[in-house]
Ligand binder design. Structure first.
Ligand SMILES: NC(=O)c1ccc[n+]([C@@H]2O[C@H](COP(=O)([O-])OP(=O)(O)OC[C@H]3O[C@@H](n4cnc5c(N)ncnc54)[C@H](OP(=O)(O)O)[C@@H]3O)[C@@H](O)[C@H]2O)c1
Length: 431
């Protein structure tokens, strides 16, 4: 195998940047044997040069100015690992305009400004690799792009935010409230000091956009996709779902809903406990997909952390060094995103009610008017006190368009016998 030395410049020397330098150093021989490539880190940018780091680098190589890295005459590949959508955009755009390939783990940047970035990539014939941006150590981008290149994607559902999965699992297994589980995740370093993008669902939402892009060849705008977070998931809903045979998980769904129309949504949903996704615990990630020829496939692994994420970045570096083809959107005019009102699932609904005659009749009448029927009801009756006041009623509907459900919920909310805003979750069937 011919051998080559590829000189890289790193912007960002935090969790992932440090992990990449460490992995390249540790596996230098293995990388050379397997790919014929040796990486040399030429220049590294960070904000604070005085910060104590796990890995020591030659001080001559360090800078606080990213331009020193991108414009360095010897840097052949630029690795962006600072996060965010402003400076990171300038870093990536500048590198591409110089014709330098870029490796990034920045899902927010690509989901929100991907159109500009991929246009520059095409214009300057400089590839952008982003395996680390989705599900850390799970090679899902490569699998969709290469292993499943011959398959039409029939269905994809993923648990792609480890922080949310940890919080929901701790609520389920330890009976913690949402606030207590979030606090624990932060203390253990599973949630950022500012966990907003995790818990409001947008970290997963950004990744779902990229999965949609690689799966279907078009890059939807982040304004078109539907995202809800886990902030309002209540312990009582988790217990109720559990008693009905479901787990509540933050699920991202990417699938065709009709010819040329793709459903892309992220929300806490009920999934049957028998499905593999329901068994994904803690900070782990998983993607379940179905291709028209391959059938069902399931990917499971660590979605974050220095080692798993650096593994993805280094795989991209090898691709960049060997000149492997990167993803570019190719089918921009053929697809659109399904309006959320038209997307169909079953739903779990819980209503706080006044215990008075005719409550159920009023509820079923409103749902019936909107064409929504239900497959089962559940009301918590204590066998030792069958006369006790009914406080809530919950049920699972048959599949219905989300728009019709929203209309029904508005009508239900206006009833005197409904005492609080209805609680609703989608019920995913994966069939
Ligand atoms: N952490 C993960 O497990 C993970 C997983 C998948 C994807 N990612 C993505 O990877 C990227 C990096 O994440 P991370 O966890 O490594 O972040 P991090 O630990 O916060 O590190 C960010 C690094 O960027 C540097 N930096 C920030 N702004 C800069 C600027 N304007 N100029 C120069 N350097 C700057 C920081 O410098 P200082 O060190 O001096 O502060 C730090 O070294 C993000 O896009 C993230 O979404 C992370």
């Amino acid at each position: 195998m011919s051998e080559k030395v590829v000189k890289i410049g790193l912007i960002g020397f935090g969790t992932v940047g440090g992990g990449v330098c460490g992995l390249i150093e540790k596996q230098e021989e293995l990388l050379k044997q397997r790919s014929g490539v040796t990486f040399e880190v030429v220049k590294v940018a960070m904000r604070d040069l005085s910060k104590k780091r796990d890995l020591e680098l030659d001080p001559e190589k360090l800078t606080t100015d990213w331009q020193d890295v991108v414009n360095h005459s010897e840097v052949e590949v630029v690795v962006e690992l600072i996060g965010g959508t402003t400076v990171a955009f300038d870093v990536v755009a500048t590198a591409l305009k110089l014709g330098k390939p870029v490796v990034t783990g920045n899902k927010a940047l690509l989901a929100e400004r991907g159109k500009e970035i991929f246009a520059l990539s095409k214009q300057y014939d400089a590839p952008v690799y982003f395996e680390a941006a989705v599900a850390g150590g799970i090679p899902i981008i490569k699998s969709l792009k290469e292993a499943f290149v011959s398959n039409s994607l029939v269905n994809l559902a993923g648990i792609i935010n480890g922080t949310c999965n940890y919080i929901l699992e701790r609520m389920t297994e330890a009976g913690l409230s949402y606030d207590a589980a979030l606090k624990e995740a932060m203390e253990l370093g599973y949630a950022e000091a500012d966990p907003t993008l995790d818990i409001n669902g947008w970290d997963a939402g950004h990744k779902a956009i990229l999965l949609g892009a690689v799966g279907y060849g078009f890059l939807p705008s982040h304004k078109e996709v539907y995202v809800t977070g886990i902030e309002s998931v209540k312990l009582e809903d988790i217990k109720l779902a559990d008693s009905l045979g479901y787990s509540i998980k933050l699920v991202s769904v990417v699938k065709p809903s009709s010819e040329g129309v793709i459903e892309i949504r992220t929300q806490p949903s009920l999934i049957p406990k028998s499905h593999l996704l329901a068994k994904v615990d803690g900070v782990f990630n998983a993607v379940s997909l179905s291709g028209d020829a391959v059938g069902n496939s399931f990917f499971y692994g660590r979605g974050a952390g220095a080692g798993p994420t650096a593994t993805a970045v280094v795989a991209d570096l090898v691709d960049a060094a060997l000149g492997s083809k990167a993803f570019l959107p190719y089918d921009e005019s053929s697809y659109s995103v399904a309006p959320i009102e038209q997307t169909e699932t079953a739903y779990f609904i819980r209503l706080d009610v006044k215990d008075e005659p005719g409550v159920m009749a009023k509820i079923t009448s409103i749902l019936g008017d909107k064409g929504i029927s239900f497959s089962g009801t559940h009301s918590s009756v204590d066998p030792n006190a069958p006369d006790a006041e009914m406080k809530d009623v919950s049920f699972i509907t048959h599949k219905a368009p989300f728009g019709k459900l929203q209309d029904a919920l508005l009508a239900l909310e206006s009833l005197d016998c409904i005492t609080a805003k209805p609680t609703v979750y989608r019920v995913e069937s994966f069939s």
